[in-house]
Design a protein around this ligand. Structure first.
Ligand SMILES: *Cc1c(COP(=O)(O)O)cnc(C)c1O
Length: 400
């Protein structure tokens, strides 16, 4: 075997201000929690940690659901857990398709042998709920409706009013993706009658990627317990995973990612200390200030009026601004990460996340200052100072 010619250096990634679509910045307390010594995943002390995580997740999801856990894996693993457990061959599923993540759900449904009934909307607009109502009537028996609450590819906030009741009136389950909303925007699982709701640690929970909160209603559990075919994923099978999370059982299924559980517990404890109302207000204030600054530079919001997310701002670039050059200069000269566009929006938009620990006054002012500097170089008619003043004006006039 050839020897290694090079010395491997100490790990020292640059410090970045993470303002993309995830991961977001992580609180030092969470990083500290991750370096806590390991205990076994069946150690009675670890079981207490799991109980606390479940309790805090129920509080955050605003639910009494007994099945409220953290799936081992990222957001897509929780998405897949919901789909593989609830959907069997032959099932018909209505899927809201107005961005990347609706399309991902549809692929998973197809892989489970289900049939997708697509409800399309333009990228940037929410799914019209009346079309879901129409399809529930017209498309024959529907097993479930799956929809994305916060479409990270377009920055669209999807209203969910009465959707749960509508689905249940047609014996359909409601599956909601709250990956980019949980912890940044209200998610009310019980009030909204959601049957399967999932998220991820690295967006508004401000934890590293690696775990994915998931809650299932008793109605969803009943469907899972009465499947005709075994769930084709062994790893994500909720009936097996539940035996590990259920008090009194705690049967080994797979080894829990201990350090990530420490991290999630600490991240949830930080959210609990802050309080939900204060946290949502912070996300709102910072996103409004960011928007004011971006608009002063000539960026325009992509989502339809009234449907912009407060956790992720998707803006169309002014035509004089070159996506790749400016994004790369933001990263290399200012150590700021923002997200580019996906699919049909590639090269045309930016996705700026102000999630969890990244949603601060400092983030907003730092990004806008760097951006107006770069913008004034690209376009001499842009006055430096303009964007930061517009944001500060928003902060100064914000109702207290
Ligand atoms: C990020 C994201 C996912 C996927 O999560 P991963 O952690 O990347 O697997 C799913 N849905 C939405 C809306 C997301 O933003």
């Amino acid at each position: 075997m050839p020897g290694f010619t090079q010395q491997y250096k100490d790990l020292s990634p640059s410090r970045r201000l993470l303002l993309g679509p995830g991961p977001s910045l992580v609180h030092p307390r969470v990083l500290r929690a991750m370096s806590t010594p390991l205990i076994g995943h069946l150690d009675p002390e670890f079981l207490v940690i799991m109980d606390e995580i479940q309790e805090l997740l129920r509080w955050l999801f605003q639910t009494d659901n007994s099945f409220t856990i953290a799936v081992s894996g990222t957001g897509s693993a929780a998405m897949e857990t919901a789909i593989v457990n609830l959907i069997e061959p032959g099932d018909r599923v209505i899927v809201g398709m107005n961005g990347i993540f609706g399309a991902r759900i549809a692929q998973m449904v197809t892989r489970c042998g289900g049939t997708v009934v697509e409800i399309q909307a333009d990228w940037g607009t929410p799914i019209p709920l009346d079309q879901i109502a129409h399809q529930l009537q017209a498309a024959g028996p529907i097993k479930a409706v799956a929809i994305v609450h916060a479409e990270t590819s377009t920055g669209v906030w999807q209203p969910l009013d009465n959707l749960g009741a509508l689905c249940h009136g047609h014996e359909a389950l409601l599956i909601v993706d709250t990956v980019t909303s949980l912890g940044g925007l209200p998610v009310k699982v019980d009030e909204w009658d959601i049957d399967a709701c999932y998220s991820a640690t690295q967006k508004c929970l401000s934890c590293p990627p690696g775990l994915a909160p998931l809650t299932l209603s008793d109605r969803a559990l009943h469907v899972i317990q009465n499947r005709n075919t075994p769930c084709q994923s062994w790893y994500l099978d909720c009936t097996l995973v539940a035996d590990y999370w259920t008090k009194g059982k705690r049967t080994y299924h797979h080894t829990a990612p201990i350090s990530m559980a420490y991290a999630l517990r600490e991240a949830l404890r930080l959210i609990h200390e802050e309080g939900l109302d204060a946290r949502f207000a912070r996300h709102q204030r910072n996103s409004q200030a960011l928007r004011a600054g971006l608009e002063a530079l000539g960026f325009t919001l992509v989502p339809a009026p009234g449907h912009s997310l407060l956790t992720l701002t998707c803006v169309a670039l002014p035509e004089w601004l070159d996506d790749k050059t400016i994004r790369s200069r933001l990263l290399h000269e200012f150590h700021i990460e923002v997200g580019g566009g996906l699919g049909p929006l590639a090269g045309k938009v930016w996705r700026i996340g102000l999630m969890g620990e990244s949603s601060t006054f400092d983030s907003v002012v730092t990004l806008l200052a760097a951006l107006e500097h770069l913008s004034s170089q690209a376009n001499p008619s842009v006055q430096p100072g303009k964007a930061v003043s517009a944001a500060l004006q928003k902060y100064n006039t914000w109702p207290r």
